[in-house]
Design a protein around this ligand. Structure first.
Ligand SMILES: Nc1ncnc2c1ncn2[C@@H]1O[C@H](COP(=O)(O)OP(=O)(O)OP(=O)(O)O)[C@@H](O)[C@H]1O
Length: 234
């Protein structure tokens, strides 16, 4: 198991939890989609896993990971290549192979012309590509990816999906939060649906279809139905 989450309660302050009873796991070779409406608690779940949420009750076990945030963050005085060199200095890898892989990824995302520029000055999509390059260079056991599809152009998305497939074949696990349900439906092995800080349902698309009574439904149809009935319960 690369990630196991058992959150009893978590919140930004002690007295008002934003997450309650959230349990799921990610195994080797799996892509798990973390989905839910705005404000459902996806980012808070990810923050709890990263250990940056102060008030978490429960148990979270996580193997070595790379986190790809929705809003990229860089060292403002380092060029893109210096970020790559810095990453190398933290890993125990063969330099020649690492640099070859770096060049391959830079070419793949067509950032060769700006390799010695500061990512701070890049467009949002270019910044996201740099984050992806750094994460895929690290080759961790687990990837935690926060909404990768919003800033990337369609070609970059296709390349990202190919990289994800390769990493799954290597045995990596991936937890990915997203609102892009038609893409999620095609690529995720399982889904964890949260709403109002609670786990509504989890499983494969077929399991979610049968639990929601929509045998032919799309992920969006199931999501729509399940989050609607959730608000009736409240
Ligand atoms: N820094 C914060 N301080 C206090 N409350 C917060 C903070 N960030 C988020 N929240 C609250 O936690 C709840 C869950 O928000 P979260 O950001 O986890 O949702 P999300 O599912 O990631 O939403 P979105 O799809 O809009 O990104 C919301 O009620 C939100 O108001």
């Amino acid at each position: 198991m690369l990630l196991s989450v058992d959150i009893k309660k978590a919140g930004y302050s002690n007295d008002s939890p934003v997450l309650k009873d959230i349990q799921f796991s990610v195994d080797s070779g799996e892509l798990v989609g973390l989905i839910g409406p705005n404000g459902a608690g996806k980012s808070s779940t990810i923050k709890s896993i990263l250990g940056i949420m102060n008030n978490v009750k429960g148990n979270i076990h996580v193997k070595e990971y790379a986190y790809i945030p929705e809003r990229p963050i860089f060292y403002d005085r380092l060029t893109m290549w210096e970020h790559i060199e810095f990453l190398f200095s933290t890993l125990d890898r063969d330099e020649e192979q690492f640099n070859l892989k770096a060049e391959e990824l830079i070419d793949l995302f067509q950032l060769g012309d700006v390799v010695h520029h500061f990512p701070e000055k890049f467009s949002k999509g270019m910044q996201q590509k740099v984050m992806l390059i750094l994460a895929f260079l690290k080759q961790p056991a687990l990837y935690i990816i926060d909404e990768p599809f919003m800033g990337l152009d369609p070609k970059a998305i296709k390349k990202l999906l190919q990289l994800i497939e390769k990493e799954k074949d290597r045995g990596a696990g991936i937890l990915m939060s997203t609102h892009v349900l038609d893409t999620a439906e095609k690529i995720c092995d399982r889904f964890v649906l949260i709403s109002n800080g609670k786990l509504i349902i989890q499983g494969t698309l077929d399991e979610i279809r049968s639990k929601s009574g929509l045998k032919q439904g799309s992920l969006f149809d199931c999501f729509d139905l399940l989050t609607e009935s959730e608000s009736y319960v409240r």
